[in-house]
Design a binder for this molecule. Structure first.
Ligand SMILES: NC(=O)c1ccc[n+]([C@@H]2O[C@H](COP(=O)([O-])OP(=O)(O)OC[C@H]3O[C@@H](n4cnc5c(N)ncnc54)[C@H](OP(=O)(O)O)[C@@H]3O)[C@@H](O)[C@H]2O)c1
Length: 284
């Protein structure tokens, strides 16, 4: 099976690395195109994938096509291409709905929200597909996504909040840890910032292992750490007072951003469909 990838930024590169590292595919099964050709050069030393001279070649050669451009680059690019009717199109763009994708492709369409952690074959891919995706196309895609970690089938109604929990979360967790390290150094200048960061990274990895290998729930882990009447309990009380508001704000603002992005994509689509065929021809 030829797996096409258009766009070799964070997500395109994650797909190359995650799929190849998993052993599920050979790099030669991948056919890749990026606007800036040089981006493929270094990665190709490690994973000798096929490089296409243009996006159209990827569409012609691929059995399944991962589109990994930014949301507002996606529909304009798709409109420039001549898509084979049976090509299974897989968009990874936040804010681009199945309906948006169906407006440019009459064949099978899936939407996946991957995560950067899948580069290490761990993490959650969110997945949904339209009615044109056949059981065998779905199975083939799920097999690839399962090589990248776990898969959660999701609805449009839940995907935005789930995106924050799975796909934004690696960046958000890094942001939280950085704030934690900075606060520690503000509080105790004798502690070096890099040392605080190292302590937190190792502690986070150990915490993840306890949660996973011992199957502990968050509440059980808290019980094992927070001695009754002890120090950690004081810290947890502060978090209980301050974090609900912070996370409510975070979810509110990220939902607003999703809404704005969806409006921009919709507007882009509307302005295209309202143009006359002559105007469309002129703008190409
Ligand atoms: N980053 C994440 O963790 C994450 C997670 C889930 C979903 N997503 C979604 O994934 C998409 C990509 O995000 P990203 O972080 O990977 O962005 P990115 O690093 O900016 O990568 C986008 C890539 O698309 C390429 N591109 C743009 N227009 C193109 C065209 N016409 N033909 C070929 N290639 C083109 C760009 O090429 P150049 O090199 O020329 O700029 C760039 O390499 C977004 O839609 C985002 O919503 C991202």
């Amino acid at each position: 099976m030829n797996i096409g990838i258009i766009g070799l930024g964070n997500m395109g590169q994650m797909l190359v690395k995650g799929l190849c590292k998993s052993g599920m595919i050979s790099p030669r099964d991948l056919i890749v195109y990026n606007r800036t050709a040089e981006k493929a050069t270094a990665l190709r030393q490690l994973y000798p994938f096929q490089v296409a001279e243009c996006a159209q070649t990827v569409c012609q050669k691929a059995d399944i096509l991962f589109l990994c451009t930014k949301p507002l680059d996606m529909l304009p690019l798709l409109r420039e291409l001549s898509l084979p009717p049976h090509l299974h199109l897989v968009s990874v763009a936040a804010g681009v709905s199945l309906a948006d994708l169906e407006s440019v492709h009459s064949g099978p369409v899936s939407k996946v929200i991957p995560t950067v952690t899948s580069e290490e074959n761990r993490g959650v891919s969110l997945y949904m597909n339209n009615a044109k995706v056949t059981p065998s196309e779905r199975a083939a895609l799920l097999q690839l996504l399962e090589a990248l970690g776990t898969v959660e089938e999701i609805t449009e109604a839940a995907i935005e909040t789930a995106t924050i929990l799975t796909s934004s979360a690696p960046g958000l967790i890094a942001g939280i840890l950085e704030e934690f390290a900075q606060a520690a150094v503000r509080h105790t200048p004798e502690l070096e910032l890099d040392s605080a960061r190292r302590m937190l990274v190792e502690t986070m990895i150990g915490t993840s292992l306890l949660l996973e290998r011992q199957g502990l729930g968050f509440d059980q882990l808290i019980e094992r750490v927070a001695t009754k009447g002890g120090i950690t309990q004081e810290g947890l009380s502060v978090l209980g007072r301050t974090l609900p508001r912070a996370f409510d704000d975070l979810l509110h603002m990220t939902t607003e951003k999703h809404t704005l992005l969806k409006q921009l994509v919709r507007r882009q689509n509307d302005s295209h469909t309202s143009k006359t065929p002559t105007q469309k021809g002129e703008s190409q």
